[in-house]
Design a protein around this ligand. Structure first.
Ligand SMILES: Nc1ncnc2c1ncn2[C@@H]1O[C@H](COP(=O)(O)OP(=O)(O)OP(=O)(O)O)[C@@H](O)[C@H]1O
Ligand SMILES: [Mg+2]
Length: 431
């Protein structure tokens, strides 16, 4: 190397943004460049011939010993990095002597020989501020991501809770709606039974008058006159009719109350064997008020074994389907109920002759709050609630609809809940 080349090399070493330290065999400082002086705040002359760890006590670490061992014993270049404080060497300033926070510090420790063949060690130190900041950005992004994930999990938990509450309130709303319908249904028979009772009370009063007259009447003729005057013959015929009609009315009320009890089973949330047709019939009785002015209801039931289900929930599903069917009919139409079995599955079907569903809405009808009904008329929860219930049973809902022709909902349910979650995927009915 000529002197020009040496000058160039020296200028480069003094100006490079990188610490260059030369140590002798015993790790005594022989030289460092201006970068180290500026960044450490220590002048070279005070450090010359001192051991590295005397000048930089923080460097006395197992990592440095390992690097030294590799460089000295195996003649290798040993590389290490210090991601955060403390660094290998504490360099608290930048090139211009201004304080800077600790940064990612890379260190390369390697053996070499000088002009006279004496073994020496070189130590190169460079801070990769960019890398470090990218790294810290990455760290921050990762932390934010973790945070987001936790937030999301919390949100999901909240949603699940809200969903459970919604189910509950939807159930309450449904019960409220039902109660109104049922009240109407019961009101009618109760009304005429009450009016019959009043008429009967009048008749009894007249009959008592006729019987009392037996003791007081002067003649049989007078008694006959009274009987005729009080229209005994008419009373006699009417009493029978009134009593028969009242019995009918009371029977009807009894039937509604039984259906209501069957339908609700509010305290039973357990899977048990149940007769789906019986549930469907009681549901029909309960929603009769919603259906009777909108459609004639036809039943085309197949043979069904008892299946393992939560009956009150399946009733809810069928009620939602029936009410939707009635709402889809503009004037007066037809609702057909069908059922059947296929291997380990049963199905229940509600078909209406209503408006049908627009094809592009078919994928949305199960979304919570999706409704095409005017504000105040539909909450849009009926089908989402039904979907959840059917899923919980390991079943599924199919829908077939044609605009202007009608809609058919088919609910598939497995016969048994072997293990309530797993049976969803096992055997599916053929499409
Ligand atoms: N049988 C059907 N015929 C036509 N459209 C239907 C039928 N069933 C459901 N839909 C459509 O799906 C939408 C969602 O039904 P869903 O039962 O979830 O809510 P909703 O009936 O609008 O309100 P809610 O049941 O909460 O009172 C309805 O608004 C309607 O547009
Ligand atoms: Mg509905």
């Amino acid at each position: 190397m000529d002197s020009r080349q040496k000058e160039l090399a020296h200028a480069l070493v003094e100006q490079v943004e990188c610490g260059v330290i030369v140590l002798d065999e015993r790790l005594r400082i022989q030289y460092w460049n201006d970068y180290i002086t500026q960044c450490s705040g220590k002048p070279l002359r005070q450090a010359l011939s001192l051991e590295l760890t005397q000048v930089f006590p923080e460097a006395d670490t197992p990592q440095l010993s390992q690097m030294l061992a590799r460089a000295r014993d195996q003649g290798e270049h040993a590389y290490n990095e210090w991601r955060e404080s403390p660094n290998l060497l504490n360099l608290p300033y930048n090139r211009f002597g201004e304080p800077v926070p600790p940064r990612l510090q890379n260190a390369l420790f390697f053996p070499f020989t000088d002009d006279s063949d004496r073994p020496c060690f070189g130590l190169l130190l460079y801070n990769t501020r960019e890398l470090s900041s990218t790294n810290s950005h990455l760290d921050a992004a990762l932390k934010a991501l973790c945070h987001k994930q936790i937030e999301q999990e919390q949100l999901i938990q909240k949603l699940e809770k809200a969903n459970a509450q919604l189910l509950q309130s939807e159930k309450l709303a449904a019960i409220g709606q039902l109660a109104a319908g049922v009240a109407h249904e019961i009101n009618n028979p109760i009304g005429y039974v009450f009016s019959n009772l009043k008429t009967l009370a009048g008749y009894v009063h007249d009959l008592v008058r006729i019987i009392d007259a037996i003791d007081q009447a002067a003649s049989l003729e007078e008694l006959r006159r009274l009987k005729h005057q009080l229209e005994y013959d008419y009373i006699r015929g009417d009493v029978e009719a009134l009593i028969a009609e009242s019995e009918d009315g009371i029977d009807r009320v009894k039937k509604i109350i039984t259906s209501l009890k069957d339908f609700s089973h509010t305290d039973d949330e357990e899977f048990r064997l149940a007769d789906l047709h019986r549930g469907l019939d009681s549901t029909l009785n309960v929603v009769n008020n919603e259906l009777k002015y909108k459609a004639e209801v036809l039943k085309d039931y197949g043979e069904l074994p008892e299946i393992e289900c939560i009956p009150s929930q399946i009733n809810q599903v069928m009620m939602n389907l029936l009410v939707n069917a009635a709402h889809a009919i503009d004037d007066f139409g037809r609702i057909t109920l069908r059922s059947g079995q296929q291997t380990d599955w049963v199905w229940l079907e509600v078909e209406d002759s209503g408006r049908g569903i627009e094809p592009h809405l078919l994928t949305r009808i199960y979304e919570p709050f999706f409704t095409t009904k005017p504000v105040g008329q539909g909450t849009g929860l009926g089908l989402s609630l039904s979907y959840n219930i059917v899923r919980k049973h390991g079943g599924r809902i199919e829908v077939f609809s044609e605009r202007g022709q009608g809609t058919r909902f088919r609910v598939w349910l497995p016969l048994r809940q072997a293990s309530p979650q797993s049976c969803q995927e096992e055997s599916r009915p053929d499409e």
